[in-house]
Design a protein around this ligand. Structure first.
Ligand code: P1T
Length: 381
């Protein structure tokens, strides 16, 4: 199998059959002329399939080492498609440290449809095992988690889920297939917010699911078409273009991530850095075993209170103070006020989202310039 560097450039994409165009055209059409009722070239209606979306889905399947992939209008709608495999009364074991929007979808939307959730630290296998019920149909994990950067043993949880007849899904947004391949480790479904590293340019909102099993694909494809939360052709084009440089970008995110995490850890204004590539991370060994690198995401505690932390965040110039992550530019944010505001304060405190916690998505700029910006802003603390 070609390396991921080659897959990023070529997987799924063929020259356009009509013109030879090397870049997949933007098929900005909702419908397709049929020669007779039901006689068509494989495309009937763009909610169902679109020729700019098809190569993107093939590319993502190959990048994740899957057989299939489906793209959605956002990461949240990709997650919702997985939840729609379940019925009222079914039970989900989910990580207790998740993106705030995922927690909101689970507790405020899916729970109203009758799904039941137990949130546990998926880094503790015993807790996952204890949470399983006969009605458990899905184990949902993030590894590393957003924003505390905790890991779970994907292979071990995959075996546990399989033994209970449940599906295991991994939100692989932070690690990306460049550093972690959950399907090969034993997961059934990989989910991505493609808004982040896969597209990489902070100009598209999109989600995807990658998987191996044909029957599961048939069920999810039915849901993709039935619910209709599909991305537009233009966005599929942009994502295809973003993926061309995916491997290069991730290599640089990884190098910069390790350097900035070490720099922060040595800084007197920083109490603690959460980054799986640091020897101080409690799951560093698991990270080294399960991942081929550590990416560019980290969080850290500023040696200050809320006011000092907000002063620091308002003082950055190069880093963008913004929600989201995984763009070529460095993004910094305050989880308690921004991305995880929908998690109740007592739950936030329990998982470690304190008022002095900052999350950093290290971009591909020169690392010394990122350090200089952080140094300047930390001077206000
Ligand atoms: O924003 P959307 O494309 O719908 O994806 C949701 C999502 C799912 N999973 C993870 C791990 C995520 O980080 C996100 C989106 N996260 C942010 C916007 C954020 O700043 O954390």
């Amino acid at each position: 199998m070609p390396s991921i560097d080659t897959l990023a450039v070529h997987a799924g994409v063929e020259p356009d059959p009509l013109t030879g165009a090397v870049m997949t055209p933007i098929y900005q059409t909702s419908t397709y002329a049929q020669t007779g009722p039901g006689e068509h070239k494989g495309y009937e209606y763009s909610r169902t399939d679109n020729p700019t979306r098809t190569p993107l889905q093939r590319s993502l399947a190959e990048l994740e080492g899957g057989q299939h992939a489906l793209v959605f209008a956002s990461g949240m709608s990709a997650t919702d498609a997985v939840l729609n495999l379940l019925s009222a009364g079914d039970h989900v074991v989910a990580g207790d440290d998740l993106y705030g929007g995922t927690y909101r979808l689970f507790t405020q939307v899916a729970a109203r449809r009758g799904l039941e959730f137990t949130f546990v630290d998926t880094g503790d296998l015993t807790k996952v095992e204890e949470a399983m019920r006969p009605s458990t149909k899905l184990v949902w994990t993030e590894s590393p988690t957003n924003p505390m950067m905790r890991l779970c043993d994907i292979g071990a949880i995959g075996r546990l889920a399989k033994a209970s007849g449940a599906l295991m899904a991994v939100d692989n947004t932070f690690a990306t297939p460049y550093f972690q391949r959950p399907l090969a480790l034993g997961a059934d479904i990989v989910m991505h917010s493609m808004t982040k590293f896969l597209n990489g340019h902070s100009d598209v909102v999109m989600g995807c699911l990658a998987l191996r099993d044909d029957d599961l694909m048939r069920r999810l494809k039915f849901l993709q078409n039935s619910i209709g939360a599909v991305p537009a052709p233009m966005d599929c084009f942009l994502a295809l273009r973003g993926i061309k440089t995916f491997a290069l970008r991730m290599q640089r995110h990884g190098e910069n991530g390790l350097r900035i995490a070490s720099w922060l850890e040595a800084h007197p204004k920083i109490v603690k850095v959460f980054f799986p590539g640091l020897a101080s991370h409690p799951q560093h060994d698991l990270a080294a075993r399960q991942m081929s690198g550590f990416g560019g995401m980290m969080s850290f505690l500023v040696r200050s209170d809320l006011a000092g932390t907000l002063r620091f965040l308002s003082s950055v110039r190069l880093c963008a103070l913004a929600e989201s992550l995984g763009g070529v530019e460095t993004l910094i944010e305050h989880p308690a006020i921004m991305t995880h505001a929908s998690v109740p304060p007592e739950v936030r405190r329990e998982i470690g989202i304190h008022d002095n916690l900052v999350r950093l998505s290290v971009g591909i700029e020169a690392p010394e310039d990122i350090e200089a910006d952080l140094e300047h802003a930390l001077g206000t603390v």
